[in-house]
Design a protein around this ligand. Structure first.
Ligand SMILES: [Zn+2]
Ligand SMILES: [Zn+2]
Length: 76
């Protein structure tokens, strides 16, 4: 589904730990898995006072399709 972060509290219960790449133009959400991101150190400010459960990283991008469309517009 193309909704803000899957638009639900069930937020990815069905998937392995993963992160999100969201196109700011068409709002398409792509799920990615990344060993680099999973290796991120949890900031002390979080770990100190809370029990850390999980995290996901959200990248805002302009996706390849939108880039392609933008190119076509400019090219006219
Ligand atoms: Zn897009
Ligand atoms: Zn997801």
């Amino acid at each position: 589904m193309v909704t803000p972060i899957h638009n639900t509290v069930r937020y990815d219960a069905m998937r392995e730990h993963h992160h999100h790449v969201v196109c700011i133009t068409c709002k398409k959400i792509m799920d990615i898995e990344s060993e680099e991101l999973d290796a991120i150190k949890i900031p002390d400010i979080i770990a100190k006072q809370n029990r850390f459960i999980d995290f996901s990283v959200h990248f805002s991008v302009i996706c390849s399709e939108c880039l392609e469309k933008a190119k076509q517009k400019v090219g006219v």
